[in-house]
Design a protein around this ligand. Structure first.
Ligand code: SF4
Length: 63
């Protein structure tokens, strides 16, 4: 599983961080960092939730 974030779309609301803080981290300026671009399989469900709830559809998950 590989995560990509379109940073042109991301508006830094942080829903993704709320779902999977192990993978997504927002700094104080609302700038997102992807901590693990290839997270372990056990985080798949949470990552898919983050993708689903991202309001700008900025998250892509590839296998
Ligand atoms: S949920 Fe989407 S828009 Fe919000 S910080 Fe995460 S990637 Fe960006």
């Amino acid at each position: 599983m590989r995560i990509k974030v379109d940073f042109d779309l991301c508006q830094g609301h942080g829903e993704c961080e709320g779902e999977v803080p192990e993978v997504f981290e927002l700094n104080d300026d609302g700038k997102l960092t992807v901590l693990q671009e290839e997270p372990p399989e056990e985080l798949r469900e949470k990552v898919l939730q983050a993708k689903k709830y991202c309001p700008t559809m900025a998250i892509t998950v590839e296998d």
